[in-house]
Design a protein around this ligand. Structure first.
Ligand code: ZN
Length: 282
């Protein structure tokens, strides 16, 4: 299980801004990559490389116009691209193409978390789409620290999109930290990484409090079930998630088929949350 960083409060951003600006220089990035390349097993997945986006969608830092490249392990960058493609394919066609993705950081030697040290952690803040003739529209906004104070009518759709996107992230990454699982330091971004699990091995585990909490939040805010949010696997969470699986056309539970039904649960939750598909009420 990845541990995450305490350096993600809004107050830490100016420091990170300087860092990211520094990393944008090729020489600095190359030196950083050399330093980390000998750091352990993650080195086998390639030298840290700078990319301007994920899945062909440019990344930006805080402000939409502030396009920023980040350093990744190539295998992790590939996995980010798969997630981005999935997200874009499972929002309504009317949204248009994915346009830009907000990111607070990827590779960073100074962060205490090894996922970021190894270039396999990503801090997600925004996603915008844009139709061929339209203006950019924000479709995901991780700033729960901001929208938590909005009126319910404005907050509810933001929260629904948050958990729909969180479902998509949980589909591709074993370790995902949200404001639900980690409220003290993830109220302004979703952290995701593949440091432990690697690509294509995501599966549900009742021992993952972060996955359990996400399943509960998704049941409640995407599917409208009165699910208790306590991060503990129990009969109510088992029942509610199984009802969602059935509504999505599957059978069994998250424990009877931990990979198959996690993939089904997260895909249907992404599509339900964005209104891409209307499923029967669970
Ligand atoms: Zn992070």
């Amino acid at each position: 299980m990845a541990t995450d960083h305490g350096s993600t409060s809004p107050g830490a951003h100016p420091t990170r801004r300087s860092l990211v600006t520094g990393l944008a220089g090729g020489a600095a990035l190359g030196l950083t990559g050399l330093t980390v390349a000998g750091a352990g097993a993650a080195a086998a997945h390639g030298t840290i490389t700078s990319y301007p986006g994920v899945g062909g969608v440019p990344t930006f830092y805080i402000n939409l116009s502030d396009l920023t490249s980040f350093g990744y392990r190539p295998s992790f960058h590939d996995q980010m691209g798969q997630w981005m493609d999935f997200w874009a394919a499972n929002v309504p066609d009317s949204f248009g193409a994915a346009y830009r993705v907000g990111c607070l950081g990827v590779h960073y030697d100074g962060r205490v978390t090894s996922a970021h040290n190894n270039g396999v952690g990503f801090d997600l803040t925004h996603i915008y789409t844009k139709t061929a003739s339209g203006s950019p529209v924000r479709r995901f906004y991780a700033r729960r620290d901001i929208w938590m104070d909005w009126a319910e009518a404005d907050k509810a759709p933001e929260r629904r999109r948050y958990w729909a996107t969180a479902a998509s992230v949980h589909r591709y990454f074993r370790d995902v930290l949200t404001y639900g699982s980690h409220p003290s330091d993830h109220s302004n971004h979703i952290h995701l990484d593949n440091e432990v699990a690697g690509p294509s091995t995501v599966s549900f585990s009742t021992g993952s409090a972060a996955q359990v909490r996400a399943a509960q939040e998704i049941c409640r805010w995407v599917w409208g079930l009165p699910t208790t949010l306590d991060s503990v696997w129990g009969s109510e969470t088992a029942s509610h998630t199984s009802r969602v699986i059935a509504a999505a056309g599957g059978s069994g539970s998250l424990t009877s088929a931990p990979r198959t039904n996690w993939l089904l649960f997260t895909r249907a939750s992404m599509r339900e949350g964005y209104g891409t598909q209307n499923y029967p009420a669970p």
